[in-house]
Each structure stands twice: as structure tokens, then as C-alpha cells.
Design a protein around this ligand. Structure first.
Ligand code: NAI
Length: 364
């Protein structure tokens, strides 16, 4: 029976890379009944919301979705559809493997680390008060009453909730993932030296959880030192578990170790529902030009196929992507530029997908 999957193409480069991904997945012969639905700014006029109810209903029914990126207006406008989906389905674990492939154009070789990002709380919770809002002065009074140094009256405020239960389940997820995937070490990343309450709680819970997994090494590292460590000696890391905002930032750093955002896949996992998507955004600077690298989206589909139990197809696609990159003849501009300093000879999104499909056919 065909797997039922919701496909949200997204906007910007989303339609191009999801089309490439879909063609590659279909070339494996795995039967998927795609249910295509749209979200984002493009549906605002019709539905009055960037995330219409029928999109949520469709994902609730299939329990598996793959999406392209969706643009979020900066500073003003609607809140992130991507964050809203994660919150709605309580997709608490964001898993982002960073794995080198020969020919990926990176300065580094043999990177193999996994970022496990908490996906539902922290500064990403979206609890904010605008400058001048009455809540800001109420909070100012609260801070004053608590004996802490008051903040400036003309401040805007973002709230950073980090809970015991939220921290426990993401750290447990990281350890379970490490066990399941034969990983050796989990590193909890935080800024508990400064944010003693929120990040301090995250670290305390991480240490408690770690005691239940004596077979997996555990250590912790402050987020700024982690960033330097990732650049200087990324091989010291295996699985990293982070609160939401640090996870977001360190994910892009991790992508930079394996050839860039065009190479970094991801999954948002909850108890019930899983939504797969690349780490990168909608890349408006290159949208509609058939030049985006669809590898991250294709590798996200591999994670989806694994989730659906289609391991053989997932491995075949990974091998075909590896073979295509290693051959180096059909690579997109980001990879070509990284490899040679020039974009000459690069191919488009569609042609890259064709090359991966051809490699699948060659038994890669
Ligand atoms: P971005 O990730 O879209 O782009 C950053 C840089 O990486 C750009 O130069 C872009 O051209 C390049 N890039 C990204 N993906 C690429 C690919 N597949 N191939 C080649 N180059 C690629 O980040 P940016 O510009 O900060 O965000 C654009 C929009 O995307 C914003 O509205 C943001 O909110 C949204 N966004 C959405 C996400 C999602 O849907 N999950 C995640 C991150 C950002």
C-alpha cells in the first residue's frame, strides 16, 4: 500500500527543491500518495491565515509530512508557519545530521555529527511584548519587586521558558538516538554560567538524564566555546543536544561544516507526527532561478523514508547523492563555487536531480 505523505512545497526555492526531491523519491519505486497543500504568505488572501486549518487536518491524518521552506516576514507580519507547525503537533525533537560527503565542497572532511535541537520552548516560544505595551511595565514592576536590576523602560521583551519536562524529553531523545544509532557521546550545549535559571535547569536535567545512560559518554559545553570548538576541531563532537535558539544557530554552523545550507537535512519529530524539512530557509536571493541545491531536501526525504521503514530506498538515494557529488560533473552553483571558486560548469536544480536519478538507475 502507498504511504500517505503530505507535501507542503513552501515558497522561495521551496517548489523547486521539493519537485526535485519528489522526482528522486519516485524514481526509487517506493509508492507514495502525495497530498500537496500550500501554506505561507501565498495563501493569506484566500484563507486569512498563512497556516489554514485544512493543512493541519491533512498532516494530522497522514502523520507524516515533508515541506519546503516558508518565508517569515522579518520584524513584522505573521509569525513563522514553520514554528507554528512544530508547536501545533508538539514536534519537540529537531534532528539535523551533519555528514560529510566527498565532493560536498566543504573545507572539512569526514564530519559526522548530529544536532538534536529542542523545538518547542526557549526564546522561540514566541512569547513577546512590544516596546510600549502595558505588559512591559507590569514586568518591570515584577522585576523591581523581585529585587533584580530593572531593565530600561523603552525595552521590548521576549520570554525564555525552559521547563524540566521539555528539557528531559529532548535530552532523553538525544540519548535514545545515540543508543539506537551506535553513537558514543552526547554533549549538552548551554549558557548556564550566565542564564543560571533557564540554561542552568537544562544542564541540571541533562546531567540527571545522563546518569540513566552509563553506556553513552556525556559532557557539557558552553555554547560560545562549542561554536569555536566546532570550527577548530569538529571531530570532538558526536551528538549535541541544545535548547531551541542555540540549536537553530549551531545547526547553520554545522551545515557550514558539510558544504553549506544546501547540504543539511532535518526532521521535526513528535510522539505522533513527523515533519521533514531542510535546515535552510526559502533563500529568496536565488528563488525561481533553477540554481538552488536540492540535496538538503533530498536527504530530508531519506530521513522520511527511514521513518516510513523504507530503509533500502533511503540508502539507495544517499548512495546516489554521494556518487553524484563525488563525480563532480553535475553539481549546483553553491558546491561548484566552494570547490573551484567559480560557478562555471555548475548545473541547475533540475539537472542535479536528473543526475541523482541516473545514479539511482546505475545501482549507486
Ligand atoms: P536561508 O537559509 O534561506 O538562506 C541563507 C543563504 O543560504 C542564502 O544566501 C541562500 O541563497 C543560501 N541557501 C539556502 N538554501 C540553499 C540551497 N538549498 N541551495 C543553495 N543555497 C542555499 O536564510 P535566510 O535568507 O535568512 O531566510 C530566508 C527566509 O527563510 C526567511 O523568511 C526565514 O524566516 C525563512 N526560513 C525558513 C525556514 C523553514 O522554512 N524551516 C528555516 C530558516 C529560515
Amino acid at each position: 500500500m502507498a504511504h500517505e505523505v503530505v507535501l507542503i512545497p513552501g515558497d522561495g526555492i521551496g517548489p523547486e527543491i521539493t519537485d526535485a526531491m519528489r522526482r528522486v523519491v519516485e524514481a526509487t519505486g517506493v509508492e507514495i500518495a502525495w497530498q500537496v497543500v500550500d501554506a505561507g504568505a501565498g495563501v493569506m488572501d484566500e484563507y486569512g491565515t498563512p497556516l489554514p486549518e485544512h493543512v493541519l487536518d491533512a498532516v494530522a491524518k497522514t502523520k507524516v509530512a515533508i515541506k519546503g521552506p516558508i518565508t517569515t516576514p522579518v520584524g513584522t507580519g505573521f509569525r513563522s508557519v514553520n514554528v507554528a507547525l512544530r508547536k501545533h503537533f508538539d514536534l519537540y525533537a529537531c534532528v539535523r545530521p551533519c555528514l560529510s560527503m566527498p565532493g560536498d565542497g566543504s573545507r572539512y572532511r569526514d564530519i559526522d555529527l548530529v544536532i538534536v535541537r529542542e523545538n518547542t520552548e526557549d526564546l522561540y516560544a514566541g512569547i513577546e511584548f512590544a516596546e510600549g505595551a502595558p505588559e512591559v511595565s507590569e514586568l518591570a514592576q515584577l522585576v523591581e519587586r523581585s529585587g533584580q536590576k530593572p531593565f530600561r523602560a523603552d525595552s521590548a521583551i521576549s520570554v525564555k521558558p525552559i521547563s524540566i519536562s521539555g528539557s528531559r524529553r529532548i535530552v532523553e531523545y538525544a540519548f535514545e538516538y545515540a543508543r539506537r544509532c551506535g553513537r558514543k557521546r552526547v554533549t549538552a550545549v548551554h549558557k548556564a554560567n550566565i542564564m543560571k535559571e533557564t540554561d542552568g535547569l537544562f544542564l541540571r536535567v541533562a546531567r540527571e538524564v545522563a546518569e540513566r545512560y552509563p553506556d553513552i559518554e556525556f559532557n557539557d559545553k558552553i555554547v560560545d566555546a562549542t561554536c569555536m570548538g566546532l570550527v577548530q576541531d569538529p571531530y570532538q563532537f558526536d551528538v549535541l543536544v541544545l535548547p531551541n535558539l542555540y540549536g537553530d544557530i549551531v545547526s547553520d554552523l554545522g551545515a557550514g561544516l558539510v558544504g553549506g545550507l544546501g547540504m543539511a537535512p532535518g526532521a521535526n519529530i513528535g510522539h505522533d507526527v513527523a515533519i521533514f524539512e531542510a535546515t535552510h530557509g526559502s533563500a529568496p536571493d536565488i528563488a525561481g532561478k533553477d540554481i538552488a541545491n536540492p540535496t538538503a531536501e533530498i536527504l530530508s526525504a531519506c530521513m522520511m523514508l527511514d521513518h516510513l521503514g523504507e530503509h533500502a530506498a533511503a540508502e539507495r538515494i544517499r548512495a546516489a547523492v554521494r556518487a553524484t557529488l563525488a563525480a563532480g560533473e553535475s553539481v549546483t552553483v553553491d558546491v561548484r563555487r566552494a570547490q573551484t571558486g567559480s560557478t562555471e560548469g555548475a548545473v541547475g536544480t533540475r539537472t542535479f536531480a536528473d543526475a541523482v536519478i541516473a545514479a539511482l538507475g546505475n545501482g549507486a
